[in-house]
Design a protein around this ligand. Structure first.
Ligand code: AMP
Ligand code: ZN
Length: 431
């Protein structure tokens, strides 16, 4: 399935974006107190949005804005027009609430269908959807998209892994949608029950909702004998279906006809050049129930507007999520991204892709302990081997981070598994 809008030249794309922006900005301005004040603070009204650049006058909106307006303060339409409400639990404070009109659900179905198609899925695929159904947007978003695409959807939701594996074999599922860490867990469970995941009919994984690395991609593709594609989204913008890798696996195509992207230097607030890292800021161009203007995702990416060498789409591509402006750990004054540690671990032979980073403070000194599962054979071999592996991991992490860490090697299946997002960092410091 080919969606022409993904191949638009820059000028017609910008014209479409501006036209949509003006409608949504009017809607937000007329109905949401927060945006009325944001426009007033910038000294403009939606009528002053003559180009896309004029949007830059507005301050960012973020999760905190949603919390302050809990539960329905960000809604731009009457409740009678709201068809579905989602909420994310959030790590602190109140949940963030987002809503969809009937038209919003159509857009969501469309962008998710486009994402599945971009990864190579067609109406002949059987999509086993192991994202959690419920208030989390992952499950239902993929569900709507698969239906829109005309594929067959198997709504297993997350969990009950043995039954998932049984159904996968019996139904002949060809596309698996879930978090990357869950695919690894499922593969382990499969092997433990005498099923070879490489021999299942699954050919494509559409995986996201949590950070992962190229190393993890290789592990997953190898474990399942499938192609693993990255999908990005967040509830505030629509849920899954904001950006998706194509068969080239060279960045995620962002559906810029519905979501207008900026990549911003978090220190200066200015846009960075293509290819440079910054915070992704998104403006919803068609969402009616909870429109977001200049939403600060806190996700760090780089972006390119070059035509995709693999598929020819012109839609901008964002990199993997390289970290968050807010989950960045500061350890003894050094900025540490968990993804850097993962990057090292996936390079080292003998480690499993299950790890946890424990940050603690003794007196005034921060400590990191990296717990990592290693291959069973290290535990049956001499202790010396285990020790030298631990020392090597420690050295390599230190080279990348510039600070020393303690490494604790643990047996397979020691670290708690998750059916949704894996918890990679446990920070026990009282900061
Ligand atoms: P939620 O709104 O609860 O679905 O969480 C959205 C957040 O999950 C995003 O802001 C990202 O930080 C993270 N996320 C979603 N997809 C990905 C992905 N493919 N890679 C890394 N992080 C992701
Ligand atoms: Zn492409």
């Amino acid at each position: 399935m080919r969606y022409e809008v993904e191949y638009l030249d820059p000028e017609p794309l910008a014209a479409l974006q501006l036209q949509r922006l003006r409608r949504i900005a009017e809607l937000a301005y007329a109905n949401v107190e927060h945006y009325r004040r944001a426009f007033a603070a910038a000294g403009i009204t939606p009528a002053d949005l003559k180009t896309l650049d004029d949007l830059k006058a507005l301050a960012f909106t973020d999760k905190e804005t949603l919390r302050q307006n809990y539960p329905f303060g960000m809604f731009a339409v009457p409740m009678a027009d709201v068809q579905e409400i989602h909420a994310s639990s959030g790590t602190t404070g109140k949940p963030t609430v987002v809503a969809y009109t009937r038209a919003d659900l159509k857009v969501w179905s469309e962008v998710m269908a486009r994402s599945l198609a971009c990864a190579g899925a067609t109406d002949r695929d059987i999509v086993q959807n192991s994202y959690g159904y419920g208030l989390f947007t992952g499950g239902l978003g993929v569900h709507y998209g698969a239906i829109e695409l005309g594929a067959t959807i198997v709504p297993t939701s997350a969990g009950n892994t043995r039954r998932q594996l049984q159904l996968m074999q019996d139904f002949g599922s060809t596309v698996l949608t879930c978090t990357p860490s869950y695919t690894i867990y499922m593969a382990e469970e499969a092997r433990a029950h005498g099923i070879d995941p490489r021999r299942t009919t699954v050919r494509i994984g559409v995986l996201g909702a949590e950070p992962w690395s190229e190393g993890m991609r290789r592990e997953i593709e190898n474990a399942w004998d499938m192609k693993a594609y990255n999908i990005y989204g967040l509830s505030e913008i629509i849920g899954p279906g904001v950006a998706q890798e194509c068969v080239g696996q060279c960045g995620m195509h962002l559906w810029a006809d519905h979501f207008y992207p900026e990549v911003i230097d978090p220190h200066t607030g200015k846009e960075v050049a293509d290819g440079e890292d910054g915070m992704l800021v998104l403006t919803t161009l068609s969402k009616e129930a909870t429109p977001f203007l200049r939403y600060a995702t806190k996700d760090i990416v780089s972006m390119t507007r070059q035509v995709c060498p693999a598929c020819g789409r012109t839609s901008p591509r964002i990199s993997r999520i390289k970290g968050r402006t807010d989950d960045m750990l500061i350890i003894r004054g050094v900025n540490v991204f968990p993804s850097q540690i993962e990057g090292v671990l996936t390079q080292i032979e003998g480690t499993e892709p299950h790890y946890q980073i424990i940050v603690s403070r003794e007196g005034a000194l921060d400590n990191i302990e990296v717990q990592v599962e290693v291959n069973e054979r290290f535990f049956s071999d001499e202790v010396r081997l285990l020790e030298s592996l631990g020392a090597r991991i420690g050295r390599e992490i230190e080279t990348v981070l510039g600070i020393g860490v303690a490494v604790k090697l643990v047996e397979p299946k020691t670290i708690a598994r998750s059916e949704g997002k894996a918890q990679r960092v446990i920070d026990t410091r009282k900061l």
